[in-house]
Design a protein around this ligand. Structure first.
Ligand code: ATP
Ligand code: MG
Length: 144
């Protein structure tokens, strides 16, 4: 059965352009419960680890510099089939290909500065949620 939680990041560009509120409103309007939320700076070591699957890509350095260049908002979202549901709401990685009404279509600057991250599997959602949030920082409506 698909899991009920996913991990998300509002990336530095969207934070800088005052899009935190509109993005969270869109998330709530689409039926997600916000189970955890905080604002922080990613350090370089962690950003490199987070995007390590892209280490060999030409955009890796630029991506890490972007992700560590300003504060981000990180959080946990809950809904039935959360990973797929939130990836649909985010839209395609490249905002030029993202569907009308998706977060990336509305708020992304380009394929790198694309406003938001969302976990790509239940397994990665667990890893990412556990990295950023302790038990006392999580307010699940599905789990104890
Ligand atoms: P994310 O992992 O951030 O949720 P995603 O799963 O849609 O996004 P990935 O292929 O995992 O996309 O890429 C991770 C991130 O790397 C993208 O969100 C984007 O910021 C950046 N990225 C991906 N492809 C490119 C590219 N061709 N040029 C520049 N940056 C890119
Ligand atoms: Mg990804």
């Amino acid at each position: 059965m698909a899991g009920t939680k996913t991990f998300f990041i509002i990336k530095p560009g969207a934070v800088r352009h005052e899009h935190i509120g509109p993005i969270l409103a869109k998330i709530n309007a689409n039926g997600f419960h916000i189970a955890a939320l905080k604002m922080l700076m990613l350090d370089r070591h962690h950003a490199e680890h987070f995007y390590s699957v892209h280490r060999e890509k030409p955009f890796f350095e630029s991506l890490v510099t972007f992700m560590t260049g300003g504060p981000v908002v990180v959080g946990i979202l809950e809904k039935e089939n959360a990973v797929a549901a939130y990836r649909k709401l985010m839209g395609a990685t490249d905002p030029a290909k993202a569907a009308e009404g998706t977060i990336r279509r509305l708020f992304a600057e380009n394929i790198e500065r694309n406003a938001v991250h969302g976990s790509d599997s239940d397994e990665n959602a667990d890893i990412e949620c556990d990295f950023f949030f302790s038990k006392s920082e999580r307010f699940s409506k599905f789990e104890d």
